[in-house]
Design a protein around this ligand. Structure first.
Ligand code: FAD
Ligand code: NAD
Length: 284
């Protein structure tokens, strides 16, 4: 019998992108697409939010997919099967709003696919026509492509460098669908880097297509108490953790969000470099 928060599986599915299966039976039972957990690798570690990508109620496990971008995600990727996370809180955030919209275009930028996949799967199950666009900087960074194909009526892939699929950004493919193919789209759902979600919102606003994004604001407690994840939506202050993480893209102040995301860049850089140095010392 596994221990609570024990790592049951770990696999590098793309360059620097890991899929991890963690024993968390209550979360596996309760979670809905669009929700996330906040975890700590060890007791003095920082809390980071990660989307629940999938769950297996039978095994009592949840699946996380994360990209190594700094100290905590690097430490997480260095943990092995059989080790335990210090804690894991969830499911947090509002579930995605799943309805029968008609034709939905799901746009995944980079590791944003971790959030798009469970939502696309639920949209497909609800009877929508799901058209997906999955994009990454280069072929080696593409992840969950086969999973996305399985839940999509049509799947398009883009890479910035043209190493796989169409050369360009996900927004180039979306523009092609809207402006050249004249596709009738009832909803766009987009998750990825903030700059990409802003570009998607600018494009769909012009064409009056309802668009939902999931915001990756810096979060600490995930319960609406600390206020770190403040975002401006429709001119009002909202907390991404309890009011979101999904919002109407046409109402989001993306420039403010980008500014807030860069708040701790220097501290994050120092912490990551220290961790890598320490790791190198241990391995030498
Ligand atoms: P750091 O060096 O600390 O930070 C790198 C960058 O990550 C920062 O510049 C900042 O923009 C962001 N970040 C840092 N700390 C936090 C924090 N506490 N909360 C949010 N962002 C932070 N990433 C995935 O790879 N897979 C996912 O499924 C996923 N789901 C997310 C769901 C939500 C609701 C949110 C808000 C974020 C999600 N992220 C996901 C982003 C992930 O939380 C950050 O990449 C992670 O916190 C980085 O931590 P770090 O210490 O490795 O890097
Ligand atoms: P990235 O920088 O590699 O970009 C991925 C793709 O986004 C690019 O290939 C391109 O198609 C598109 N893109 C990038 N810049 C663009 C622009 N200016 N205009 C139009 N399209 C653009 O992405 P990454 O490093 O994989 O980062 C993924 C982001 O997703 C991270 O910020 C992460 O925090 C976030 N994320 C969020 C969730 C969530 O649930 N909210 C889940 C997982 C990841």
């Amino acid at each position: 019998m596994a221990e609570l928060f024990e790592i049951l599986g770990k696999e590098e599915i793309a360059r620097g992108v890991f899929r991890m299966e963690v024993y968390a039976p209550e979360i596996a039972r309760k979670h809905k697409p669009g929700q996330f957990v906040i975890l700590r690798v060890h007791e003095k570690g920082e809390r980071i939010p990660l989307t629940v990508v999938d769950a297996d109620e039978g095994r009592g496990s949840i699946t996380l997919v994360f990209q190594v971008v700094g100290k905590t995600t690097a430490m997480l990727s260095d943990m092995e099967v059989g080790e335990r996370l210090a804690d894991l809180a969830g499911p947090l955030g509002n579930p995605a709003h799943i309805d029968r919209y008609g034709t939905v275009v799901c746009v995944a930028g980079g590791v944003g696919v971790a959030d798009v996949y469970p939502v696309a799967k639920a949209l497909k199950k609800a009877g929508n026509t799901v058209i997906s666009i999955v994009g990454a900087r280069t072929k080696e960074l593409l992840s969950l492509v086969e999973e996305m194909r399985a839940v999509s009526d049509r799947l398009e892939i883009t890479t910035d460098d043209g190493s796989f699929g169409m050369k360009g950004f996900v927004t180039d493919m979306l523009r092609k669908m809207i402006e050249e193919e004249k596709l009738k789209i009832d909803l766009v759902f987009a998750v990825g880097p903030t700059v990409m979600m802003k570009a998607v919102a600018d494009l769909t606003k012009k064409h009056n297509i309802k668009t939902i994004v999931s915001l990756n604001a810096i979060m600490l407690d995930g319960t609406g108490l600390c206020g770190v994840c403040r975002v401006i939506v429709g001119g009002k202050t909202k907390f991404a953790c309890v009011d979101g993480p999904e919002f109407d893209a046409h109402q989001v102040d993306f420039d403010d969000l980008m500014k807030r995301q860069r708040m701790f860049v220097e501290q994050e850089r120092i912490a990551y470099e220290r961790y890598l140095k320490q790791k190198k010392g241990v391995m030498a």
